[in-house]
Design a protein around this ligand. Sequence first.
Ligand code: FPP
Length: 256
Amino acid sequence: MFKKLRNNNKSESNQFNNLDLHNIPEHVAIIMDGNGRWAKQRKMPRIKGHYEGMQTIKKVTREASDIGIKYLTLYAFSTENWSRPESEVNYIMNLPVNFLKTFLPELIEKNVKVETIGFQKGLPTSTIEAIDHAKEKTKNNTGLRLIFAINYGGRAEIVQSFKTIVDELQHKGLSSDDINEDLINQHLMTKNYPDPELLIRTSGEQRISNFLIWQVSYSEFIFNEKLWPDFDGDELKNCLKIYQSRQRRFGGLSEE
Ligand code: FPP
C-alpha cells in the first residue's frame, strides 16, 4: 500500500493529510486513556468504554499499517491496573480474546505481526492462549509490528532487567564497569524495538503512568484531548502532523 501510493503523489498526499511520508516515526507508542470517562458521559458502564476502546485499536492499527509505521506499542493494561474492580479487570483481560477473534484475519491479511511486552504471570490462561495463537499465526509477517503492553510497568521492567544483569555479570565474572546503556537496553522487554520517536496519550491527561519510562527519554510527547474511544485514524494523522512540525534535538542545538 505504502509503495503503491508512493507512485502516485496526488492520492498519496490526499489520503495521508499531506503528511511527509519521509518523516513518519518508526515507532509510535500510545497510552489509550479515557475509556471510563467516555462511558460515564453516556451513562454507560465503564466496560462499554473499554469495548469501544478495542474498536479504536482496530481503526488505529489499520491507519498505522497503511501509513507505514513500523512499530505501534499500545498500553493495554498496567501492573497497577490490577487494583481496579475485579469485574472490570476480568472484562479487560477478555478483550484480547474478543479482539483477536474478530480481527486476526485482517491482521494476517495486512501482514501485521502481533507481539507483547509485559509480565505473563497473573494473566488468565484464555488471554495467554489467544495472544500465543495470534503470535504464532503472524510470526512470519513483515509489516507493522503491533505490540500490546499487557501487565506492563516501566519500573518493574527495569527492576527485572537489573536482576538479570547482576546475575549475568556475576556469572561471567564481570564488574559494574561493564554496565552501560546498551547493556540495559538489551535486558528490557523492548530489546527488539527502537525507542519510540512519538508517544501519544489521549484524554487530555499529561502523565507517563509508568509506560516505557526508560525508552521515552527522547520521544516527542503529544497529549491529545480526545477520549480513546473517540480517537481514530484521522486523529492519528493529526498527531503525526504535529510530530512533523517539531524539531528533535536530542540535547543538541538546532541547525538553524
Ligand atoms: C484507560 O482508560 C484504559 C485502560 C486501562 C484499558 C485499555 C484497554 C483497551 C482499550 C482494550 C485492550 C484491548 C486489547 C485488544 C489488548 P480508563 O479506564 O483509565 O479511562 P478513564 O481515565 O476515563 O477512567
